[in-house]
Design a protein around this ligand. Structure first.
Ligand SMILES: Nc1ncnc2c1ncn2[C@@H]1O[C@H](COP(=O)(O)OP(=O)(O)OP(=O)(O)O)[C@@H](O)[C@H]1O
Ligand SMILES: [Mg+2]
Length: 383
C-alpha cells in the first residue's frame, strides 16, 4: 500500500531549534472502499458485542452501581497508563472513609478527578439544556481532571499555548511533534464539526477516527490520553451505540499499548486508518464482551448474596437496606453506614454484624476506630 498523506508538516522553532510540527487534515480521510470492505466482519462483531452489553445492562436492576464500579476501574486503569499506583480498594476506601490506604494521596486524587470528570461530562450531555459534545465541554473536563496539586502546572481547562512533543527530551528528537499551538483551536473546531455533521461511515468507525485526530492534535499540556478515551465513551452514547456508559477501552489500550502507539504513528506516516480501525473494533468487541461477563457475574453475585442474607437468622430490615447499598459502597465504616441510612451507631453496628455473619462483609485491617468493612465477593469480580 502506498503511503497516503494525512496532513502536512510545518516548520516552526522551539527555543531556537527548528522543528517540523504535524498538522492533520480535517476528518474524514479518503478511504478506499475496497479496504473498508475488509472491516465488515469485525464491525459486525463489535456491534453485536455492544448489543449484548446493552442487554446485560438492562438485566441489572440498578445500573448506577455497575457504572460506578466501571468508571472507577476505568479511572484506575487510565491513571495506570499515566503511571499512578492507587488500587481500586485504595480509592474506594478513600471515598467511603476519607482515609487512604498505603498508596499516596496524589495518585488517588488523579483517579477521583477522572471519575469526577466522567460524571460531569455524562451529566452535562444528558441534561436537557446541556451542551452537545463540544470542545468547551472537554475544557471543563480537563479542568476537573487537572484540579489539585499534580495538575496545577498543566494549565487546567485551557488549550496549550506552547509547542509540545511526544517522546524524546526535546522537540528536535521527539517521536512526534503535534501541531503548533496557534492552530489547535481551529483544528478542534473542525473536529467538533465532524462530530456533528452527517456522514455515511458507521458510527463506530467515526469514533475510531475522532480518537486518533484528538490525540494527534494533542490540545492540552497533559491529560490528552485520558480525555481522548473519555471522548470514546461520550461518542458511544451520542451515537446511541450504548444506552449507558458501560464500555471503557482503557484496559485494551493499556494491554496493547505498544501496538496502540504504533497505530497512532502508522496513520500519520502511512495513512493506515483502516488498520487502526480494525485494531479498534477488535478492542471494542473484546471489552464489551468482558463488560457483559462482569455485569452478569455481578448480578449473579448480588442475587445470591441477597438470597443468603434473607435466610440468615436475625436479618433485619436495616441489614437488608445496608446490603442494597453495598454495590455502590462496597467499603463501609460505622460512620459511613450511619450517614448512608440515617441510623444510629448501635443500629448500624448491628446491621454490619448481620452482614459479617452472613459472610458478605469482612473486616479489613486492624484499625481500632472507624474500622473498614469490605464486600469482597463483589470487589473480587471487579479487580
Ligand atoms: N506517537 C503518538 N502520536 C499521537 N499520539 C500519541 C502518540 N503516542 C502517544 N500518543 C497519545 O498520547 C497519550 C498520552 O498523552 P498525555 O500524557 O497528554 O495523556 P495522559 O492522559 O496524561 O496520559 P495517558 O494516556 O498515558 O493516561 C497516549 O494515551 C496516546 O493516546
Ligand atoms: Mg500525561
Amino acid at each position: 500500500m502506498s503511503p497516503q498523506p494525512t496532513g502536512r508538516y510545518v516548520s516552526t522553532t522551539v527555543a531556537g531549534e527548528p522543528v517540523e510540527a504535524f498538522v492533520p487534515d480535517p476528518l474524514p480521510p479518503r478511504l478506499s472502499a475496497q479496504r473498508l470492505a475488509t472491516l465488515t466482519e469485525p464491525l459486525r462483531d463489535a456491534e453485536a458485542a455492544l448489543a449484548r452489553l446493552n442487554l446485560a445492562g438492562e438485566m441489572i436492576p440498578s445500573l448506577e452501581w455497575f457504572i460506578y464500579a466501571f468508571v472507577r476501574k476505568e479511572a484506575l486503569l487510565s491513571s495506570e497508563i499515566e503511571g499512578t499506583q492507587a488500587t481500586l480498594v485504595d480509592v474506594l476506601a478513600w471515598e467511603q472513609a476519607e482515609q487512604p490506604g498505603a498508596s499516596n494521596i496524589d495518585d488517588i486524587e488523579d483517579v477521583t478527578n477522572y471519575v469526577a470528570a466522567v460524571n460531569h461530562a455524562f451529566k452535562e450531555i444528558h441534561s436537557q439544556k446541556g451542551p452537545p459534545i463540544s470542545m468547551r465541554l472537554l475544557n471543563d473536563c480537563h479542568r476537573i481532571l487537572m484540579q489539585g496539586v499534580r495538575g496545577a502546572t498543566k494549565q487546567p481547562g485551557e488549550l496549550r499555548r506552547s509547542q509540545n512533543w511526544i517522546g524524546g527530551s526535546r522537540p528536535g528528537n521527539a517521536v512526534f511533534v503535534p501541531p503548533p499551538p496557534e492552530q489547535v483551536a481551529d483544528l478542534l473546531g473542525d473536529l467538533e464539526s465532524y462530530i456533528h455533521a452527517e456522514n455515511e461511515l458507521a458510527p463506530l468507525l467515526r469514533i475510531a477516527l475522532v480518537h486518533v485526530q484528538f490525540e494527534t492534535i494533542h490540545p492540552y499540556l497533559d491529560g490528552n490520553g485520558r480525555l481522548g478515551r473519555m471522548l470514546i465513551a461520550l461518542l458511544l452514547d451520542h451515537w446511541q451505540l450504548l444506552k449507558s456508559p458501560l464500555l471503557y477501552l482503557s484496559l485494551y489500550l493499556k494491554q496493547n499499548q505498544a501496538a496502540y502507539y504504533r497505530w497512532l504513528e502508522a496513520i500519520r506516516t502511512e495513512g493506515d486508518w483502516v488498520g487502526w480501525m480494525r485494531f479498534f473494533l477488535v478492542g471494542v468487541a473484546e471489552i464489551a464482551d468482558d463488560a457483559t461477563r462482569t455485569a452478569r457475574a455481578l448480578y449473579a453475585r448480588v442475587s445470591e448474596d441477597r438470597h443468603l442474607l434473607l435466610k440468615t437468622t436475625g436479618a433485619t430490615v436495616t441489614a437488608i437496606q445496608l446490603f442494597e447499598q453495598l454495590p455502590e459502597h462496597p467499603i463501609v465504616t460505622m460512620p459511613s453506614v450511619t450517614r448512608l441510612l440515617s441510623i444510629s451507631k448501635p443500629t448500624a453496628g448491628k446491621a454490619i454484624d448481620v452482614l459479617i455473619k452472613a459472610g458478605i462483609l469482612a473486616e479489613v485491617g486492624e484499625r481500632k476506630r472507624d474500622r473498614l468493612y469490605r464486600y469482597d465477593g463483589y470487589l473480587g469480580l471487579l479487580d
